[in-house]
Design a protein around this ligand. Sequence first.
Ligand code: NAP
Length: 396
Amino acid sequence: MAFCSQADPRQPIERAAAECFLTAASTGTTALPEAAVFRAPLPPIHPRISGQHEERERNVKALVADHLNGLDGLRLGDVATPALPAGEILVRMRFAGINPADWKTAEGYLKVIPHFRPHFPFVIGLEGAGTVATVGEGVTDFAPGDHVVLKSDVSQGRWGTFAECIAIEPRLAARLPRGLPLDAAASLPIAGLTAWHSLMLHGAMKPNETVFIHAGAGGVGSFAVQIAARAGAKVLASCSPANAEYLRARGAYKTFDYRDPDMATKIRAAGTCDVVVDAINDGQHGLIGCLASGGRYVTIPTLDPRAVRPDARKLAAVGATFVPGGLVRERTREGLETLIALYIDGLTLPELQVLPTDDFVEALSDCRSGTRRGKAVVRLWGEDKLAIASHGKALQ
Ligand SMILES: NC(=O)c1ccc[n+]([C@@H]2O[C@H](COP(=O)([O-])OP(=O)(O)OC[C@H]3O[C@@H](n4cnc5c(N)ncnc54)[C@H](OP(=O)(O)O)[C@@H]3O)[C@@H](O)[C@H]2O)c1
């Protein structure tokens, strides 16, 4: 609560959801909070307004990828309005967050994924927030007008969020309470879900365990530090010395300079770790030696061909296991609802930089070079009048 001010748009009613998360985590009865604990009240579903929509086809604005061999394959242009299959929702996008995975997608890193078969022109973009424009046949849990935050399915070859609208499966979206800023919400999904999945699902973290977050000051790391600390873990993290105070303010018990060759020795002196979450994968620091017996070494896939997999024999020698971590599709809505609840409860986001669409490629380039501080979020075109099909009818 300490982070909430009177003027904060986060409303007290939704704090119950965050408290459920914290309570579940602190009882230690389950590593991952059950869906049942997220029964905190959400705003009522708005009445359907189907039949009021204009029905016609048109193109929508997007950051279009003509190839996935580099950022020079990206241009601002038009694509056909996405079809709306039964069981999906069409979302008018307002903001999209920029992540390292976006420039990696533009540079072709996803080609190693067997089921990633993009059709060109392609639309990249992993996360965002907007308003439900219409719902496909059979959808009952969303209605036009709902504010939603979502994660796209780009790794499956589906179009991403850098567009005026997107069709997605409802399980990849969560409803936002009215009043929650959409630009902040757009910055939650990828870093937040990756941190939550890696700690709770892959790392099976329990309260009172010791967790080491490698790259604690990054997008994923700063969520992981806060989520772990709020769930009752003792949090150790690596960062540049300049970010040490930043992480301590977010709940880290102790931080370590990742440029220090003796980092692992110093971590061990602070306590053996039950969970290591490694967002770097360079194998430089001998982090396996920091794990306790029964410990879990969770890697966040960087898609970098130079990434080093933890040595199985060394892990076995200390009685620890390797768990490939990162983003998964399972329990996405539950993860998003947890993040919304934590945000309302005071989770601190990186400093947001809201950019116009003209800065899209520059923002991706800055993300690649690591020169921009904080989190870039692009304001999309979704406030334009979007031609919307009537309820349940596909647009193309
Ligand atoms: N596949 C998935 O599911 C998935 C999902 C999300 C992210 N990822 C990947 O996870 C990685 C991290 O993502 P992110 O969004 O957190 O990136 P980010 O925001 O760009 O964070 C990078 C951080 O890494 C730190 N860092 C740089 N070199 C380091 C080193 N040698 N050792 C330790 N820390 C170092 C920096 O810390 P300082 O600022 O303190 O110097 C920086 O804050 C990326 O490779 C991303 O693609 C994968």
